[in-house]
Ligand binder design. Sequence first.
Ligand code: DC
Length: 212
Amino acid sequence: VRDQLLIAIDGPGGSGKSTVARGLAARLGLAHLDTGAMYRAVTLLVLEAGFELFEGEKAADLARQMDLELGATVFLNGRDVTAAIRSPEVDQAVSEVAAHPAVRAELVARQRAWARKHHGGVVEGRDIGTVVFPEADLKVYLTADPLERARRRKAERTGAGGPAPSGAELSRRDQIDSNRAVSPLKAAPDAIVVDSTAMSIEDVIEEVLSHL
Ligand code: DC
């Protein structure tokens, strides 16, 4: 299936997953996949279509039909949605859309195809080590305390010029992500758990590399 490393990084929002995943990929010369961006893209389509968030089959149809190109710029059905998938509306709705099994089935299939095509990579999300790639070479579960996570989200969004979710909103989403029936957020039994609260990005990357 692959001839290179596959590293799975899971954890709640604001734990530093994206920054760490990108840094690791650059250091190791691997491709990087942000699976949260995929759930966000489907959510944007659901909102634009005016579907209700509980309409899982309709959301899954949109997922199956979408043409999604991830990178520094994100193209969805030919349109630049880099900013739109980080909007407060998508933030608010994405946990509900991501809870539908049919949506997950489609996106997980795409994630596995991506890893085959790239011969491995650094893949970040919520269920990467537990469900998508249980055979990953290295699984990392990244955490940070809730106040620090809210602070990071805010810094991230301020840089991008948009409003950030509050600590309460982040907790609400963590609750949904951690308690859904299908592929809830949790650490794989064989994941290394890194609490990044008091660590720099470089420290976290070094810590992860030390386990390779
Ligand atoms: O990492 P993020 O904030 O961009 O993720 C957006 C949402 O997608 C979040 O509510 C959890 C969900 N998600 C998921 O269910 N499974 C993944 N592998 C990645 C994200």
